[in-house]
Write a protein that binds this ligand. Structure first.
Ligand code: HEM
Length: 400
């Protein structure tokens, strides 16, 4: 793991940011949700009432049993595959229930959402998820703490890349087909999150950062991560003047909502339209974000993983591009370099790049050449983290 300099840490405000997130009063109404109704409980105090007891029970049978379950589930990969034999009955029942799409899932919309990754949007989605959401995730305090102190924190590249890749696959038509993997991966992720809720409170490190909660990954936390991916990206598309048609934008949100359902989020919290999504974003994002030592380290570890530990010039270049993409507020939280010379270069080059992708006029230079080759490499490596390791239940927290 990178040794983050004192200067960088102080710049993030991380040294002083030990206080956990305090969420203001929850005012987002269930009438704005897909369910249209609900008890309106603050999702800050709601976890996964169905998955958590099941996973708790599994860990109660011992880590050997958990490892055995991991082994059995390795062979379960595609949406159409039956759940493999040999699992404890209560776990099999849970998976059978959890893998089902909700009644409101609309295959037409999922298919349409799948066109999003094609052509121009595919590039921008990849760019914004990697140099945008991936970095913002380090500025989400609870996510940074949970990821850092859980088992996967020791292997950053794989860890962050997996969340982003799952987010990217939500917009991949293939993901939802019989031979796709999205439904299986989402149910496995739901189980991993429940496992983290079981394991992380046992970590003295996590407990001592004072995350403001006794059990991690509440429903509110999952909504924050969704907004840092889907909603933030849609806002950026609008800001860059490349917003998709209403129909496509609605399909994008629909696909996310179906996936959030598979991740165990209750329907009373799923925004029924973009207006509701933006209102929820405004409610949860601000208090959830801030500078932490762990987040600063994770962001550096992410760069290490992609461009190697040396390479200070390239790192500086990527940090300043990242700063342009996520904006100063988030960039300060993860203490990314500021460069008064490069900042205007990105401010000119990126909009040109955006226009060149949209334009049918051939003489606009394809300014993607203006982006350092490293950006293309960055995205490529990010999305191909070697042999895709299966999603497995962690057997411990981050090794000391
Ligand atoms: C694990 C995606 C929300 C913390 C994972 C994995 C995926 C994923 C794909 C499995 C990685 C693997 O181990 O193979 C997502 C998505 C989210 C979300 C799509 C929301 C839309 C959150 C939130 C937190 C969190 C809100 C914490 C506040 C973790 C942790 C692990 C994990 C700690 C396990 C890491 C490990 O020990 O290996 N998540 N996640 N996730 N997630 Fe999430």
């Amino acid at each position: 793991m990178t040794n983050v300099s004192r200067r960088r840490l102080l710049a993030s405000g991380g040294a002083a940011a030990a206080a956990g997130a305090t969420f203001p009063l929850w005012t987002w109404a269930p009438s704005a949700s897909i369910a249209g109704t609900g008890d309106g409980l603050d999702p800050e105090y709601v976890w996964d009432v169905r998955a958590d007891p099941v996973i708790e029970r599994l860990y109660g049978e011992g880590l050997d049993r958990v490892a055995e379950v991991n082994e059995i589930l390795k062979g379960w990969t595609t949406n159409d595959q039956p759940v493999p034999a040999g699992l404890p009955g209560y776990l099999e029942d849970f998976i059978e229930e959890a893998r089902r799409l909700p009644a409101w899932a609309d295959q037409g919309k999922l298919k349409l959402a799948g066109t999003f990754n094609e052509e121009e949007y595919g590039f921008f989605l990849a760019l914004l998820y990697t140099l945008g959401s991936g970095l913002i995730s380090c500025a989400i305090k609870r996510e940074a703490w949970a990821v850092y102190y859980s088992y996967g924190g020791a292997n950053m590249r794989e860890r962050i890349a997996k969340t982003t890749v799952l987010g990217y696959d939500v917009m991949d038509a293939q993901g939802w087909t019989a031979t796709g993997r999205l439904m299986v991966d989402s149910v496995k992720t739901r189980m991993v999150h429940a496992a983290v809720r079981h394991l992380l409170p046992q970590s003295p490190h996590w407990s001592s950062v004072g995350a403001g909660q006794k059990v991690p990954i509440s429903q509110a936390d999952i909504l924050v991560t969704f907004h840092s991916l889907g909603t933030w990206v849609m806002k950026k598309f609008t800001e860059w003047d490349i917003a998709p048609s209403k129909e496509l934008a609605d399909a994008f949100l629909h696909a996310w909502n179906v996936d959030l359902h598979l991740l165990g989020v209750q329907e009373q919290y799923l925004p029924k339209d973009w207006e509701a999504a933006y209102a929820q974003y405004d409610q949860v994002m601000g208090p959830a974000t801030g500078g932490t030592r762990e987040g600063v380290e994770l962001a550096q570890a992410l760069l290490d993983a992609v461009i190697g530990e040396g390479n200070p010039l390239l790192r500086h270049e990527l940090e300043s591009l990242g700063r342009y993409v996520i904006g100063d507020r988030y960039a300060d939280m993860i203490a990314f370099d500021k460069d008064p010379v490069l900042a205007p270069v990105w401010a000119n080059a990126v909009p040109l790049l955006v226009r060149s992708y949209q334009s049918t006029v051939p003489d606009i230079p394809l300014v993607s050449n203006l982006l350092p080759e490293a950006v293309h490499t960055f995205i490529k490596i990010y999305f191909s983290p070697g042999d895709p390791a299966p999603i497995t239940l962690p057997l411990s927290n981050r090794p000391e």
